[in-house]
Design a binder for this molecule. Sequence first.
Ligand SMILES: CCCCCCC/C=C/C(=O)SCCNC(=O)CCNC(=O)[C@H](O)C(C)(C)COP(=O)(O)OP(=O)(O)OC[C@H]1O[C@@H](n2cnc3c(N)ncnc32)[C@H](O)[C@@H]1OP(=O)(O)O
Ligand SMILES: Cc1cc2nc3c(=O)[nH]c(=O)nc-3n(C[C@H](O)[C@H](O)[C@H](O)COP(=O)(O)OP(=O)(O)OC[C@H]3O[C@@H](n4cnc5c(N)ncnc54)[C@H](O)[C@@H]3O)c2cc1C
Length: 664
Amino acid sequence: MEGVDYLADERKKAEFDVNEMKIVWAGSRHNFELSDRISKLVANDPGFSKEGRTMLPRKELFKNTLRKATYAWKRIIELRLSEEEAAKLRHFVDEPAFTDLHWGMFIPAIKGQGTDEQQKKWLPLAYKMQIIGCYAQTELGHGSNVQGLETTATFDPQTDEFVIHSPTLTSSKWWPGGLGKVSTHAVVYARLITNGKDYGINGFIVQLRSLEDHKPLPGVTVGDIGLKFGNGAYNTMDNGVLRFDHVRIPRDQMLMRVSQVTREGKYVQSDVPRQLLYGTMVYVRQTIVSDASNALSRAVCIATRYSAVRRQFGSQNGGQEIQVIDYKTQQNRLFPLLASAYAFRFVGEWLKWLYTDVTQRLQANDFSTLPEAHACTAGLKSLTTTATADGIEECRKLCGGHGYLCSSGLPELFAVYVPACTYEGDNTVLLLQVARFLMKTVSQLGSGKKPVGTIAYMGRIEHLMQCRSDVKQAKDWLKPSAVVEAFEARAARMSVACAQNLSKFDNPEEGFAELAADLAEAAVAHCQLIVVSKFIEKLQQDIPGEGVKQQLEVLCGIYYLFLLHKHQGDFLGTGYITSKQASLANDQLRALYSQLRPNAISLVDAFNYTDHFLDSILGRYDGNVYPKLYEAAWKDPLNQSDIADGFHEYIRPLLKQQLRTARL
Ligand SMILES: CCCCCCC/C=C/C(=O)SCCNC(=O)CCNC(=O)[C@H](O)C(C)(C)COP(=O)(O)OP(=O)(O)OC[C@H]1O[C@@H](n2cnc3c(N)ncnc32)[C@H](O)[C@@H]1OP(=O)(O)O
Ligand SMILES: Cc1cc2nc3c(=O)[nH]c(=O)nc-3n(C[C@H](O)[C@H](O)[C@H](O)COP(=O)(O)OP(=O)(O)OC[C@H]3O[C@@H](n4cnc5c(N)ncnc54)[C@H](O)[C@@H]3O)c2cc1C
């Protein structure tokens, strides 16, 4: 039965041009062609096979990752791939590896915090992978509280060196990816001490291992921190532990863009803000937002295809049972996730633009938009990773029992993805950063400083505090102006309520700690407003392709009406809508589910994922699920023999004993 498309009827139902939607999803025709070409290249290369990955013991799994990463590098060189193509290739190889941190954090840290001279020295080595680096910030005792890090870098003017030292057990670096077994170098964050004074955290380039035999250098203790959550999953990564015993590095290995230490040991602060030390985190948080749409769309693609294949109940006169995708409850769980995948795609595109803009401004010594960029990257990283991790798990449940099989692809996807809620900033800690930014904005209202960008709506605070929704019938909820005002009024009112409550405390920090849960909710409301607004703005662009814009309008409506339904307590509680208007929103949401239904399979086809990338029997493009599940079961190592290892040792004596008892 090879070659039959079991989802062909579903595909025929599409009311839009799928090829044009693929381009919208990819961001441009160029991006589409690039992804299409590289994903097929990876899928057709046996060197990148994923076969049996979840069954391998850790050591073999890790060795296999080293093989794949090295093979990927070989192919990148052989095919003379550009930086953009190489990054795509690593993405489609789809296995967390030390290279993620080398390219994703070590190099960006040197670029962002190194002087021109330092970049000239280190970047060519890193680009050719003649050195391999990681980002060593977090310690056993401190992750979120970066200012609490304990590793020291003490300047020795006698030798013109820094002495890097781990003074306590809790100062051991703990977690950095690529550190445990591979990295030769690290950007290490340590307290800078000179002339007996502690100047706080700074980055230093430190060599950890010999470039000859890869042995740790004298004074360096380094290893892997141990097995993590899930089979396979993130265990392909060597998250590491690192201790220094008075390790000496030349002074010029301190990353000196933000501050410098002179030959005499004098500390000099540049005129750039100290927060630039945190710049690598801003960059990576922005990439994590784009990646959320990749991970969520992947899970949704699997769950949607399988929901169209799977049938349960409702057979009449011997006819077929109902496809589970036709149950309203399935749609109510699945379609908002499909809509979220598209929403996160577009907000990710916008955030990339914002990041590029702030980077250009920083180069021109304009630091004015840095606080907003920090708040947006932190908040959207938190919002999108939380929703994506929850969404992947929901997709697993949407696939019933078969979703729990590793061959569905969902358990591994979840296990690889879920730490995104923690790394690059715990999601709650990041929301509180957004809340601080919002409270600062509210406190400055009336001071003459006009809020701009994503907080421009605060400039209309008087209107937003007293306006009421004018929705009278369900379809009024399709008017962008009605929706944007609803989300703005909710976010503004929640922030103002927090600010009013905060003002009742004599000590603002005590107040902030006491009201943290409310503040985090206000931050979520603000971030949801950003996602909704950016989706609506996207729809105001010229979008070619028959029916493409209409489908995006349906998805956008589902995204915001589902949020409105889920958080109706906020909208009702702040008095912007009535319960009747909330109920109309729900009516409209149901109507949109019906509009989306015939297009569901084509909307996930628009992600253009290869079966290799999805790595899921339930999500196969052709929908040929049952024969392939059956076939895969027989490939399990337990089925290599009829009689299991251990039978003679354990089960047989047990059975014999029971036989004896029965005879008695
Ligand atoms: C592509 C790669 C693959 C992905 C693999 C991922 C592997 C994972 C890697 C990692 O996890 S690396 C380690 C990441 N660690 C964190 O994210 C730590 C989280 N903590 C922090 O970011 C910060 O310390 C904090 C919690 C945001 C701030 O703590 P604190 O309250 O102590 O703030 P201060 O340091 O005093 O700063 C105050 C001032 O600075 C502003 N600010 C904070 N962060 C930034 C930033 N990143 N950019 C710009 N500005 C920032 C903050 O808003 C305050 O401003 P004001 O209120 O004073 O105006
Ligand atoms: C898979 C993985 C890869 C990683 N890779 C790297 C890497 O390459 N390099 C690197 O340097 N680090 C890395 N990390 C570390 C990561 O950045 C930290 O774990 C993360 O920043 C969270 O910090 P923490 O572990 O200290 O959490 P904690 O701050 O200890 O969080 C514990 C709990 O306390 C809460 N909490 C903490 N502070 C507050 C507060 N102020 N208010 C309210 N609640 C609070 C949190 O919400 C959380 O619920 C990685 C972590 C993981 C899991």
